[in-house]
Design a protein around this ligand. Sequence first.
Ligand SMILES: Cc1cc2nc3c(=O)[nH]c(=O)nc-3n(C[C@H](O)[C@H](O)[C@H](O)COP(=O)(O)OP(=O)(O)OC[C@H]3O[C@@H](n4cnc5c(N)ncnc54)[C@H](O)[C@@H]3O)c2cc1C
Length: 270
Amino acid sequence: MDLHTIDSVMVPQDRSDLRGLGEQDGLLAGGTWLMSQPQPGLRRLVDLAGMRWPDLVVDSAGLQVAATCSIERLINASYPPDWRATDLFGQCARALLASFKIWRAATVGGNICLGLPAGAMISLCAALDAELLIWRRDGSDERCTVTEFVTGINKTVLDSGDVLRAIFFPAAALVQPTALRKIAYSALGRSGALVTGRLDGHDIVLGVSAGTRRPIVLRLPAKPERVFQAAAAIPGQEFHTDAHGTADWRRAVTAQLAREVAEELTGGRP
Ligand SMILES: Cc1cc2nc3c(=O)[nH]c(=O)nc-3n(C[C@H](O)[C@H](O)[C@H](O)COP(=O)(O)OP(=O)(O)OC[C@H]3O[C@@H](n4cnc5c(N)ncnc54)[C@H](O)[C@@H]3O)c2cc1C
């Protein structure tokens, strides 16, 4: 849609161009959400594509994904063959209500910064121990996990003018097996509850999202019953109610999905 309050567009080319952005500056990534509704508080768009960050950087430490990397590019790129956890990239993309047409424009960083419970790139980060690099408006850097970054529905630690620069997935997590379970009211509907998991030796790292107001990560012994009990013990106030599910339903199905993730990762061992 036309954003009728916007009177200029800035295309930054390096970090110094991002200094001093204010509340009336809207950071534009893929624009799939930003352009989808009026933005009455914004006067200027700041098009992050101008920064020309490399989408994906692979090295022995792991994978650095630029915040501006499209979801399509993330899921279709080639990775080292032993990075089996990259299967989770496509699974998370398919868990979005957004289809392949949206993936072409939508960015990984935009999905995380929006901070929606159904933000499946958030779920991806939760399972894979991702580290997020924030460029603060004052020129400083900050690194955090996705559970520190997303603090509630549509809420993150970003202040106006702060930019999410990159997401780093460590190689140690990328070589491990992963699993995902999603449930929604309709077959291709917006996620009501989503659980991602990774088998790390004798432990399972569980990412709980969509049903909860913010992502929750649990590390547990790789025993499906223990995993079920731990997920069932997440306090009721962490879950939310909207058109895509009630809090009580979300809490119940999250525990079941967690058990299924654990069963898949342990090959059915009790
Ligand atoms: C049909 C349809 C279905 C959708 N389904 C889902 C869904 O299931 N789950 C879901 O979560 N979303 C969904 N969306 C919303 C949206 O498309 C996605 O969240 C998408 O990934 C947003 O990425 P973007 O690059 O388009 O972000 P934009 O729209 O460009 O930006 C989103 C927000 O993040 C900020 N932002 C973007 N990048 C940065 C950055 N690097 N640093 C700081 N702030 C930044 C922007 O200023 C803006 O506030 C859907 C949208 C459509 C149209």
